[in-house]
Design a protein around this ligand. Structure first.
Ligand SMILES: NC(=O)c1ccc[n+]([C@@H]2O[C@H](COP(=O)([O-])OP(=O)(O)OC[C@H]3O[C@@H](n4cnc5c(N)ncnc54)[C@H](OP(=O)(O)O)[C@@H]3O)[C@@H](O)[C@H]2O)c1
Length: 272
């Protein structure tokens, strides 16, 4: 962490905001350099009790924090910006975690010159295995991107992408954990169909997922090579793969990610 620790306010600390808050605390970010805001008083009390951070109203957060990490749902962003936008003092950095919303959505509602960084993270942040993509919006300098990286690095991996790629990132890694969970759920059912007890099927597939993920990350091999190593001529795996191809799994993934990307675009239109 840099010598100067910035005060970060998580504005709208729901599921994703809480992941950021807890991740920053795990990484050693001092609790007195963190603020959170919530809409419901019960949620505010819960966050204060769980993390020992100050939960304040939005305008206090805007006033006191140097970095405003906005984690409300896209459809709540316009109302939030109506409230805080005109009150954001010069020199603050706004980091948006909102799916779909372009940085220009925020810039238009903020004082001229306010830097905006757009970020897409994902829920494995809970176990410090997030994938976070970071993009410069208007007025964001290398220093602002570095600060966003400093915030998200402790939560997992980070990558810089042009903002034009963020809806694709949202479809791929933002929503990505859900696709893997669906796959694991379906494969567990398949194990049960073949006569395995549920817990055994679950344990087999979870460890297989972990092992495959580590191989993908650490072996340096292309996924095709890794798959070929499990696919012997006239063997069991190729019989399964024929069925996956017959059922259009590859085509389904292409269509699914396009649908997620389109939905991200739609959210932006609706948020206006
Ligand atoms: N969930 C994911 O996997 C994921 C992944 C990547 C990015 N994101 C993005 O992260 C953002 C948050 O998603 P989420 O799943 O964390 O939603 P969430 O759990 O509903 O969190 C949003 C929070 O913002 C609060 N809020 C709304 N308006 C507010 C306001 N004006 N002032 C203060 N607090 C306010 C809500 O309060 P109430 O609870 O009282 O309504 C809620 O606690 C979204 O923009 C989403 O696109 C989500």
């Amino acid at each position: 962490m840099s010598a100067e620790v910035h005060t970060v306010a998580v504005i709208g600390a729901g599921k994703i905001g809480e992941l950021v808050l807890s991740g920053l605390l795990r990484s050693g970010w001092p609790a007195d350099r963190l603020l959170a805001t919530a809409r419901r008083p019960a949620r505010a009390e819960e966050l204060a009790a769980r993390y020992g951070v100050r939960v304040v109203d939005n305008l206090t957060a805007v006033d006191e924090a140097e970095v405003l990490a906005v984690a409300v749902k896209p459809q709540d962003a316009a109302a939030l910006l109506d409230e805080i936008g005109p009150k954001v003092p010069a020199g603050k950095l706004l980091v948006s975690l909102c799916a779909g919303l372009p940085s220009s959505f925020f810039s238009r509602r903020l004082p001229e010159g306010t830097p905006v960084v757009r970020v897409m993270t994902n829920t494995p942040a809970l176990v410090d295995q997030a994938m976070t993509a970071i993009s410069a919006g208007a007025h964001a300098t290398g220093e602002h991107l570095a600060l966003a990286e400093e915030m998200f690095k402790p939560l997992g991996a980070t990558i810089r992408v042009p903002e034009t790629q963020q809806d694709a990132v949202t479809a791929l890694s933002g929503s990505g954990p859900a696709y893997f969970y669906l796959l694991v759920e379906a494969m567990t059912d398949a194990g049960i169909l073949l006569g395995l007890p549920r817990q055994v099927a679950h344990d087999l597939i979870v460890q297989t997922a972990i092992g495959s993920a580590v191989m993908l990350r650490d072996s340096g091999e292309h996924p095709v090579k890794l798959r070929e190593a499990v696919t012997s001529p006239a063997g069991t795996t190729i019989s399964a793969i024929r069925e996956l191809e017959n059922h259009g799994v590859r085509a389904a993934l292409l269509a699914a990610l396009e649908a997620a990307r389109d939905r991200a675009r739609e959210l932006a239109t609706q948020a206006e």
